[in-house]
Write a protein of this length. Sequence first.
Length: 515
Amino acid sequence: EGISGEPDYVNYESINRNLLDKEQVKIDDADYVIDEPLQRRHHDIKRTIDDAEEKQFIQTEIESLSLTIKYDINEYLDKIQDQDYDAHFLWNIKEIFDKKIKEFDDQPKKYNLSIKFKVKMFSHYLLNAVDHFERMQKKYRDKNDLKKLVDRVYKLPTYAIFMGIFTRCKKENIAANILCDSLENAILTSVKELLPQNIYDALKNKDEFNSKLRLIEKVMYDLKIERSFKYYIEYIENTANSLESWVEKYVQNYCSKEKNYQTMLGAEANKIFNNKVESLIMCIDEVLVNSTIKFKEWLKEFNNNAKNIIPLTDTFLNLFGMAEVEVKDIEYFKIEIKKNLRRLQQSYGNILNAWGVQELDSLKEKPYKMISKTLLGCKKQCPFCNVICSWTLDHPGKKHKAERHYPAGIAGFCWPKSKELILDSCNENIASDKYFRCAHTNFKNVKYKEYKSVNNYYRSWIIESDVSYEATAYWNWVFANFSKDFAEHYGLKCSKIPSKWKNLKEEYVENSIKR
Ligand SMILES: [Zn+2]
Ligand SMILES: [Zn+2]
Ligand SMILES: [Zn+2]
């Protein structure tokens, strides 16, 4: 008999699977460890069962226990099948389980089930039962959902059931409830449709989004604060992507910023919601009622007017069938629907106030994409140094350009013999008599001055040739600061960084961001 100090458990996973698949319990040999009998518990010694015969015996006992529990729970689930879902069902299942386990524990045995094993066993039955309950709850919800009820009832050849509810409650109130239900959905849809534009409008005049150049400056400034090579290399390899994520984060921060217990997104959402409710209330008042007007006609006219305020769906149009059931007191109906709308406004106030990143992400149109789209324009990058084209949506022709280029080593250009990253900017290189080669030139030397001969993409870049045009202090600073990281990233060697790049003053570097 082996003695083990390890915690006891029976490998539940194997049991779990087998319960589902084969309606029987199998115990994995390797993990077959269970408690000592209770009477020896005070020794606090756990026992590993090595004897195959004993193992088989316990296996059989647990199998039959599991089958009887399963049987009793299934019997119970069958019994409540057609009842409306009730939270007490879960407790009843627990009781059935506890009863069975207690009976099992009370029988004299040489071993005992561990608590952990019991919990896992129970959670397995519970999971099975929850499936049942979920179906029941859905059935229950569907049965009690007014809107679904209306949909269902209209599919029947007769309105008898529907009429039944009507006779038990004031027709005007029921009609107001159903109508308000449809309006609620349409108002929410409308809020979600209008929000992106509202957020965009609130942000488009921010300094950051004044121009592509301004945005780039802001991002470069933030990158310098972060001082992370990872962010720099992401920016260099896919600048447009980096800019877009920056805008996205900015919009997220803006939208979730709280003021007076209200997020900025919540404030905008509430503004739209309230605006829609006010317009609908005006619309309700505008549809006149006189002694001859029928409810049906009233609804039709209301629908015509309300369509301009919120998107009304087919469900709403189905409600015209409701007019078959004569609502006589239209004035009273109008008061009720206005009351309902006010109630809606109140209950949504707090919900909308808390709207944040999650709701922002759920919008079909993304405000950050709207900003990036109008701001970024051309996303092409220099074939040498990777600097992004400065043109936005007003791109004249197909030629790309950038005011200033980076040191070429930033994009992985090196001297062929020393493998050292190149410090010179594209403008300087093109003004020189040097050659370059890369995959695009089939690794044949091409004069920088003749870079346009490489291919159409090289030809589409206008790079000013100017020996005095070294990269900005900012990018020299980046190169000097991360030269080791760049070399490692490209599998090349560090270049000798000019001492003036190393000793650049922070203020000077930051000022060089602004051109
Ligand atoms: Zn370049
Ligand atoms: Zn361009
Ligand atoms: Zn190339």
